[in-house]
Design a protein around this ligand. Structure first.
Ligand SMILES: Nc1ncnc2c1ncn2[C@@H]1O[C@H](COP(=O)(O)OP(=O)(O)OP(=O)(O)O)[C@@H](O)[C@H]1O
Ligand SMILES: [Mg+2]
Length: 319
């Protein structure tokens, strides 16, 4: 299952996505954590030291390694430079299983207590707003296009809720999207925008309230969100201690907050994978991106990368 954590800046995406990854690992479930945010904090939230977190190889800077591998023998791709974030797999492309050895995992992944962390890498102010920035965050989208995960394997992505993920097809990659919302008007505006953008794409969106201190906070979120609200975390002493540099065992997390993680997992497990829709959306956004900017950059028609004979049938790969 591919799971996204989105929400307003500072809402708690990194905190909750990292707790969720540690929770999955504590159940011995296979989990890949991908830090796709502009500010990279997942490594430390999972328990790495600042120095160790900086040593996780940035996928964005070495995207060519990823392109080279995924491309395989796909004859519709003329060179790595014509692969963009939305490029879909076709015949000859390499699909990636969650549990396998491959050069991408062995180069980019770091194991943090059972959570397999990968990171887009940090972005400088200079990168932002440039094509360079887009190609860096694109590493994650390209990878997700090629990952064939099973129902009981988890790929958790810590994202920004920015408009970027709507311009590309990033927001359509997930079996479950958790939107983290504090009880504030701004946080709930982000929810409205997300709902609006994603309404035509079968996005499975659930809201997790965060830093909810009392009944009034909860009712405030409920009144704006209704059925999409799955659960709410309170202000956590455990999280506060982690922020102060203490790395505590997950068993010490407050029981009511641990219950929220239980609920999140059961909601994810209820979701049904829809590969046909996944691939259809990948193709749709690829063609859109090709026309709107990428053809001009590449000097060729990148819509031709779509292989009409190809079907994404993970059951073939996974059997
Ligand atoms: N339930 C909680 N209880 C106490 N503190 C919390 C809780 N959730 C998050 N925080 C604190 O709020 C701050 C922001 O959280 P976090 O970094 O997870 O948010 P974010 O959405 O990832 O932010 P950014 O948009 O900057 O990436 C952190 O200091 C974190 O420790
Ligand atoms: Mg964050």
């Amino acid at each position: 299952m591919k799971i996204a954590f989105v929400g307003k800046g500072g809402s708690g995406k990194t905190t909750i996505s990292s707790l969720f990854c540690r929770y999955l690992a504590s159940k011995n479930l296979p989990v890949i954590a991908i830090d796709a945010d502009i500010n990279q904090h997942m490594g430390t939230a999972l328990g790495l030291s600042t120095e160790a977190a900086l040593e996780v190889p940035p996928m964005g800077l070495e995207i060519n390694r990823i392109k080279e591998y995924l491309r395989g023998t796909n004859s519709r791709i003329n060179s790595n430079s014509t692969i963009i974030k939305t490029t879909p797999p076709g015949r000859g492309s390499r699909l990636i299983k969650v549990q396998e050895d491959n050069p991408i995992y062995s180069y980019f992944q770091r194991n943090v207590d059972g959570v397999r962390l990968m990171a887009t890498g940090p972005f400088s102010e200079e990168d932002l707003g440039t094509k360079c920035y887009h190609s860096k965050v694109g590493a994650v989208e390209l990878l997700l296009n090629h990952i064939v995960d099973k129902q009981d394997e988890y790929v958790v992505v810590d994202m920004t809720a920015g408009a970027d993920s709507f311009a590309s097809g990033m927001f359509t990659k997930f079996d479950m999207t958790f939107l983290i919302a504090e009880p504030t008007v701004k946080a709930l505006t982000v929810y409205d925008q997300y709902k609006q953008y994603s309404k035509d794409y079968n996005v499975n969106l659930k809201v997790i309230g965060n830093k909810v201190e009392d009944q009034e906070d909860l009712e405030f979120i409920q009144s704006k969100i209704g059925n999409d609200l799955l659960a709410a975390l309170g202000r956590s002493e455990y999280v506060k201690k982690m922020e102060k540099g203490q790395h505590l065992a997950l068993q010490q997390l407050e029981s009511e907050n641990k219950a929220v993680l239980d609920l999140m997992l059961s909601e994810v497990n209820k979701a049904e994978k829809d590969w046909e829709n996944f691939y259809k959306n990948t193709v749709e956004f690829h063609v859109k991106n090709a026309i709107s900017w990428a053809n001009a950059t590449a000097g060729e028609d990148l819509a031709l990368q779509v292989d009409p004979e190809f079907q994404l049938r993970p059951e073939k790969v996974l059997s």
